[in-house]
Design a protein around this ligand. Sequence first.
Ligand code: ACO
Length: 325
Amino acid sequence: MNHISQLIGCGSYLPEQVITNEELAKKVNTSDEWIAARTGIKQRHVAKEGEYTSDLAYEATLRAMEHAGVDASEIDLVIVGTTTPDRTFPSVAVRIQARIGMTAGVAFDVQAACSGFIYALSVANDMLRAGTAKTALVVGADTLTRLLNWEDRTTCVLFGDGAGAVVMRAAEVENKSSANRGILSTHIHSDGKLEDLLYTDGGPSSTQGIGQIVMEGPEVFKHAVRNLAEVVIEALEANDLKDDDIDWLVPHQANKRIIDSTARKLKMPQEKVVLTVQNHANTSAASIPLALDQAVRDGRIKKGDLLLMEAMGGGFTWGSALVRW
Ligand code: ACO
């Protein structure tokens, strides 16, 4: 028998406040035309004052638990991918643990910037397969707008806030590749040498503040295109699959041009790519589970579909997950 983990439910949450490109253009020297043409973004959701990452994560969690039909007493692992915790400590994960009334098990955050959800999913997958836990809640949640310099048009137009969550369960199957649902593989990577291309100019130990995002956009773009092309090929080869075996590409939503480039590499038509960047902008660790939840709830993603998720973020960090839904 093979030990695998299965995704058994999903949920997501976006803050109510929406800021359109036109509204942003009243505050910084930009335009809807520029933002839409270069990124595909039309609007973003922004958390209101007093609304924190854990609040968004909690709402997404409740929806995922309801969708999966699990109770807090069944969950014994919570991993939150986030770069914007409410407080430096404790983690967002323990705050979620307390709010859902879970008393046993373990909860912690994973920090991998925009790859946070893929990293969290990968760690949970390994723990479930190893028997360390039986039922996991994996959340991607960020309020990246709190890290923005709203006068820097090269960064402030790109990001939004949100949260997405999945419930995962350990299972035993005879053959992993023919299992009717489950994670077939995860691959995660990092390269700390390129930190200067994307970082925050502060943090608890250096400035005792949180800092703001600094980015060499065109350089990040080039690395994203290259790393994501490599990681999707790595996922296919590891599973002996071909491009057209994939039913849905569920990518991190940073920039439509980066997504288009990965889709071209996979020879995937637009109709098989879940795209939310136009409405959400880049929600960092939240973007993949937000996109997944949207496509599951509107009926596009169906039981048994093969999904390829991929992300790249500050660090650099990048990775993929191949999932039979
Ligand atoms: N509005 C209007 N003009 C702008 C804006 C703006 N918001 N931002 C920059 N410009 C100007 C620049 O000043 C420049 O002007 P110049 O030619 O007079 O010097 C011109 O537009 C072109 O700027 P570039 O930076 O070369 O534009 P590019 O086509 O590379 O697009 C962008 C910039 C959108 C940031 C792109 O490089 C990108 O998306 N990079 C990836 C960044 C990213 O996604 N980061 C998120 C984290 S990592 C991840 O999630 C993958």
